[in-house]
Design a protein. Structure first.
Length: 911
């Protein structure tokens, strides 16, 4: 069996954490009743604290903006600690490390010691362990591991052995991925707990007593983890037993001399619930979640009543219920001690539906520009961590890297990357990401100084809006230097695009050799009317070493290399573009109609079109919104077929530019040296009617001759592959209540369809939603919803954009046609390369000849590039003495037909 896990990363985690532990929460569990006829009710006091949603992360922590939500996380920690110190029998479970770290760094040594004491004596169990509870549909697995790493690193720093969680805690994400189970299992967690699963699967599991099961994380790796889906559809207490300041339930009044004494009433109601729940459990152990969103701001009201509940229920043995304070780890131990026969699960929990018409598939695409920014930040974070290690930069640079680490971890939160927070909260996320990315610029410059101690200060700057052909520092310069960084473990051989102000240019490599390039007019569309956009852009093919950089120079040329575009507003015949590998043909209406592989002369049919769905509005009980996708009709509305075309042909890039409508345009490109097509789409601003605006959700659709029937494949957080079926489910009987939304699945990086001979793969530059049936792949790229979908945001997904007329989103799809035998070996390296997009840094010095004084104009951190089947996952400092090297083998999990098993020897040294 092939078993190549995320090798070094989790191995190192186990070394760091796998020491003997004493008196942690899982070592100090209260005793359960040994009588098999007695139910043990495990009370799990907990709080679920979103790092941003209705309020920003800072507002939530400090308790600001009480008119929005009258809570403050700092007070939760303060009052819980106070109450636990009063009674050693009490227990509590804290999750989000991001808030724990804020509290820890904001309080006195005395307060810190009290928290440490409660963790180390077992009264507090640290659960989850990540900086946030990350989303599982739209977060990339590298981002998940990074945010988990940050959280676990800080927990180990504070609590030592007891800071290693054993309980996975993903109670609020809107569906759950198999890769998340795989990650938890590989990191040594003993259990995974969550709330949200499809209502039909929930009904089935309640009926069959299978709320607890063994979840297979990976067939290749053989990972598995004990998993519990909660009894209720949420993570709160039973009805009538919420004693938080946000709740309105009566307390337990146990004075026999008062008229309102309700002890017997409360005890009977509690016992009734416990026995009802126990009827659906596989053992006589029952988990009761005593807490919810931002609860325990006043922990005293909770613990006073929980103490009474335990006292009075346990005082009557005839009830055959024993109540104890507990934690997720203690509950898991109690269940496993009963050795129940558990079922196994091999699929995932997407799409999630909370009701017949409430499919949570809109958030796969919500806030597409923000999702793109997150992916860009992640790529820059990988680069910054690598440069920090390679040059052994100092503490100030370590701190600069940490700013982006924390920001990138923060936005993996299940209400951040999902696009389901309020507009002002999303802007705060963007602000923190932007600050983190700006610090990478500092790291890059310090890296260059360290690598070239005798050279001149290059004063490099990063331009975050290159996709819009905007780079202000060089906008008026015709001579400058570009340093191209590559964070991938393999060479980058491809085209980069540089904004430019002139029609002619000469581009040279670090050795002063002239590089082949072309200057083209930038794509002028009304959607992008920023005055800072350059009129031209240089396309140049570069080769960048793995884990390294190369330097190129740009100067004004004496001979024009400007490639004029040809307008084809009315076509009398077909248009073709081609490169070394492919020919792409367009029909008389301007649509892509076929692709021919020049190496095999095989012609494949493909048509790409844009459509939009109109979403159900607020007049219905379930409209489309930030979370929910619910279209009015099964078939979307096609955009006008009168497409205006421009054709650009050159030695580097051949592309067709489409103006589909005032709100949709696109460039379809055949890059030099590549056997795929690039679709760079621009969608927005989505129009808004003055009265009774109509929700619109835009999709791109690829119609092919691949005979895929009702089968498709999507990635699981960018790593594993999940098989999907149109109008079908593997774990329950599918009901066709939402024919479109119910068939949408998340893609983080790629998806594909195939038949006996061919495969069509689509690689994305951000998380999106996808549906496929019988050779057709549809991906949602943008949405604007004018009504709240009634799941707590209380705000429509109506992004205003730069000028208030609506957001313009830009993104890229890579379309790869392959034969089935070579699909895996071609797809995965391309997916990895797409994630590790080159980072361009521009010299602010006009005189680029100053770079000649630098010794290292090209550099690689590797002596040779990594093999295809090995991916460098992370390279970063763990502390002053340890460098963390993590790698993963990804291709082995791409296709069962691919069998790669290699012995691997890695030598790491600084040179």
């Amino acid at each position: 069996m092939r078993r190549i896990p995320i090798l070094f990363l989790f191995f190192l985690l186990n070394i760091l954490f796998n020491e003997s532990v004493q008196d942690c929460a899982w070592e100090t569990c209260h005793e359960v009743d040994p009588n098999p006829d007695v139910i043990t009710a495990h009370l799990i006091p907990h709080t679920h604290d979103d790092l941003g949603w209705i309020k920003t992360v800072d507002q939530y922590f400090w308790g600001a903006k009480p008119e929005l939500v009258p809570v403050g996380v700092q007070y939760i920690y303060n009052t819980v600690i106070d109450e636990l110190l009063k009674n050693p029998d009490r227990r509590f479970s804290f999750a989000e490390t991001g808030f724990l770290w804020r509290w820890y760094t904001s309080n006195s040594d005395y307060d810190r010691h009290q928290l440490q004491k409660l963790v180390k004596n077992g009264q507090i169990e640290i659960i989850g362990g990540g900086w946030v509870q990350n989303d599982e549909a739209t977060s990339h697995y590298i981002d998940i591991i990074d945010q988990m790493t940050l959280g676990l690193q800080r927990l180990e720093q504070i609590f030592g052995d007891c800071g290693k969680p054993v309980s996975g805690w993903q109670i609020d994400p809107f569906g759950h991925s198999r890769e998340m189970a795989n990650i938890y299992a590989q990191m040594g967690y003993s259990s995974l707990h969550f709330a949200r699963i499809h209502y039909l699967e929930k009904e089935l599991r309640l009926k069959n007593k299978t709320l607890e099961f063994n979840w297979s994380g990976s067939d290749d790796l053989g990972t598995e983890i004990f998993t519990r889906a909660f009894f209720n559809d949420n993570y709160g207490p039973p009805e009538g037993f919420c004693w938080d300041s946000l709740c309105e339930d009566d307390p337990i009044m146990d004075n026999p001399n008062i008229e309102g004494n309700n002890v017997n009433e409360k005890v009977d109601a509690f016992v009734t619930h416990v026995k009802e729940q126990a009827a659906h459990e596989s053992t006589n152990q029952v988990m009761l979640l005593m807490g919810s969103d931002f609860q325990y701001t006043n922990a005293n009201s909770w613990y006073v009543n929980l103490d009474k509940l335990i006292k009075y229920v346990n005082a009557d043995p005839s009830k055959k219920v024993k109540v104890i304070y507990s934690t997720p780890a203690c509950y898991t131990q109690a269940v496993q001690d009963k050795s129940p026969k558990l079922t196994s699960k091999h699929d995932d929990f997407f799409p999630y539906a909370s009701g017949r018409h409430s499919y949570w598939t809109g958030y796969f695409t919500s806030r597409p520009a923000f999702k793109g920014m997150i992916r860009q930040a992640s790529s820059m974070l990988q680069l910054a961590k690598q440069l920090d290690v390679i040059a052994d930069l100092g503490p100030e640079d370590d701190s600069d890297v940490d700013i982006l680490r924390e920001a990138s971890a923060l936005v993996q939160h299940h209400d951040a990357v999902t696009g389901t927070a309020k507009e002002n909260v999303t802007r705060d996320y963007e602000k923190q990401l932007a600050k983190g990315m700006s610090e990478v610029e500092v790291v890059i410059n310090d890296f260059m100084k360290k690598m070239n101690p005798d050279g001149l200060d290059p004063k490099l700057v990063i331009c975050p809006l290159l996709n819009e052909t905007i780079c202000k520092p060089i906008s008026n310069m015709d001579e400058f230097t570009v340093v191209v960084f590559n964070s991938n473990g393999r060479y980058f051989n491809g085209t980069i695009r540089i904004p430019y102000s002139q029609k002619s240019a000469v581009v040279k490599d670090w050795n002063k050799n002239v590089l082949e390039s072309q200057v083209v007019e930038s794509f002028q569309v009304n959607q992008l009317n920023d005055s800072d956009r350059s009129n031209f852009e240089i396309h140049v093919f570069v080769r960048v070493p793995p884990l390294g950089y190369t330097t190129i120079t740009v100067e004004k040329g004496s001979k024009s290399v400007y490639v004029h575009s040809k307008n084809k507003k009315r076509l009398n015949g077909n248009v073709e573009i081609q490169n070394e590998y492919l020919i792409a043909g367009f029909d008389a209406q301007g649509y892509l109609s076929y692709v021919t592989d020049k190496t095999t002369n095989k012609k494949r049919s493909i048509r790409q079109e844009f459509f939009y769905y109109e979403g159900i509005d607020s007049k219905d009980d379930q409209p489309s919104g930030a979370y929910i996708f619910r279209p009015k009709t099964q078939q979307p509305i096609a955009l006008a077929s009168n497409i205006s075309l421009e054709v650009v042909k050159g030695s580097i890039t051949n592309e067709v530019r489409q103006r589909v409508s005032p709100h949709v345009s696109q460039q379809i490109r055949l890059p030099k040296g590549k056997n795929y097509l690039e679709f760079e789409w621009i969608v927005g601003p989505i129009p808004k009617e003055a009265k009774d605006p109509i929700t619109k959700e835009f999709v791109t659709r690829y119609t092919t001759d691949v005979k895929s029937k009702n089968q498709s494949f999507t990635d699981s957080n960018g790593r594993q592959v999940m098989e999907r079926f149109f109008d079908g489910a593997t774990s329950f009987e599918y009901h066709d209540t939402e024919p479109v939304a119910g068939n949408y699945y998340p893609i983080t990086s790629f998806g594909y369809i195939k038949d006996e001979n061919d495969q069509l793969s689509i690689i994305t530059d951000r998380a999106q939603g996808m549906v496929s049936s019988n050779g057709v792949v549809e991906i949602m790229v943008h949405r604007r919803c004018f009504y709240d979908d009634h799941f707590g945001v209380e705000e429509a997904l109506d992004e205003p954009g730069k000028d208030g007329t609506g957001l313009v989103a830009m993104g890229k799809h890579i379309i790869l046609f392959t034969d089935l035998k070579t699909s895996a070996t071609q797809l995965r390296p391309l997916v990895v390369e797409n994630f590790h997009a080159p980072v361009l840094a521009f010299s602010a010095n006009k005189n680029f000849e100053k770079f000649e004084y630098n010794k290292k104009l090209e550099y690689s951190g590797l002596t040779q590039e990594l093999p295809l089947y090995l991916h460098l996952l992370t390279l970063e400092k763990w502390n002053k003495k340890i460098v963390w090297f993590g790698s993963s083998t990804s291709i082995t999990m791409m296709d069962q037909n691919l069998n790669i098993l290699q012995s691997l020897r890695v030598l790491i040294q600084r040179y």
